[in-house]
Ligand binder design. Structure first.
Ligand code: SAM
Length: 268
């Protein structure tokens, strides 16, 4: 490792990757530029120390940076809104494959959060329009900012409301969601750091299955014939969800670690 970064690492109690990301953010330089630096201005070390203090108190790195990468692009993030996760990139990948094959043009998402899923789909498909619901005002605001930043706001229809209730008269080619799926009683057991993402981001009712039970109803009214739904799931729920959607043609898909992580449902 280069001497500059080595000397900084000796002065803080954070891992190398985190320090690199923080320095890259503070200096507005790429991580490789940071790695090549021989010296760091003293005020940067001071600011790094402030970041370190908050990190050691359990504040998420993503919120400190105010942005996070998803599918190779940067999205603004803020406390109270769910932080994009790498496994959700698989959901985007699978959805895109089918959208391209079928040339689907109108999709919906329940619970947009930062907007990372819908905005990415819109950036990857120029003729697509997305209708997104969200119940968290902070998320709605942030999603709008992210959509403007990525120049897709004219094709993103955002509405405050539950499930697909704001779009109850519309039918979609596909519906995606990474819904909250943690059972209510587990809230207290969650790490403080995770709780900062907000109750509505994480808790899916009594048993964590509230969204899927509701989805079974709205698929019937909001999904076109021949269309698909793709939802992220808790691996522990895969058997129950297979059973719940047994009247549909449904398939469980895995994440990078080989865990059951998505359910793909067809309206045949
Ligand atoms: C796990 S987060 C996913 C956010 C984003 N789609 C992602 O993958 O990063 C779930 C999101 O759904 C929203 N949400 C929870 N219940 C909802 C409901 N009944 N209707 C609409 N949105 C909901 C939450 O506020 C939160 O932003």
């Amino acid at each position: 490792m280069f001497q500059g970064l080595r000397s900084i690492l000796n002065k803080v109690k954070l891992g190398e990757r985190e320090v690199l990301l923080i320095l890259s953010h503070l200096l507005k330089e790429s991580p490789s530029q940071v790695l090549l630096r021989e010296n760091f201005p003293p005020e940067i070390l001071q600011r790094l120390k402030e970041f370190e203090r908050k990190r050691l108190e359990g504040y998420p790195l993503q919120y400190l940076l105010g942005e996070w990468e998803f599918y190779g692009r940067v999205f603004k993030v803020k406390e109270g809104v769910f932080i994009p996760r790498p496994e959700t990139e698989i959901l985007v990948e699978v959805a895109l494959k089918v959208i391209k094959e079928k040339d689907f043009k109108v999709g919906a998402e329940v619970g947009g959060g930062t907007g990372c899923i819908s905005i990415t789909l819109l950036l990857e498909r120029q003729n697509l329009r997305m209708f997104v619901s969200e119940i968290n005002d902070k998320a709605l605001e942030l999603m709008e900012e992210n959509a403007k930043m990525h120049g897709v706001n004219s094709r993103l229809y955002l509405k405050r409301g539950e499930y697909l209730k704001p779009f109850k008269n519309l039918k979609f080619d596909f519906i995606v969601s990474n819904p909250p799926y943690i059972p209510k009683d587990d809230w207290e057991k969650l790490p403080k750091e995770v709780k900062r993402e907000g109750y509505s981001s994480l808790i899916g009712g009594e048993d964590g299955l509230e969204f899927y039970k509701e989805a079974k109803k709205f698929l019937g009214s909001n999904l076109k014939k021949g269309g698909f739904a793709l939802f992220e799931i808790n691996p522990k729920h895969s058997k129950t969800l297979r059973e719940l959607f047994k009247d549909f043609k449904a398939q469980i898909l895995k994440d990078y670690e080989g865990r059951d992580r998505f359910i793909l449902i067809w309206n045949t």
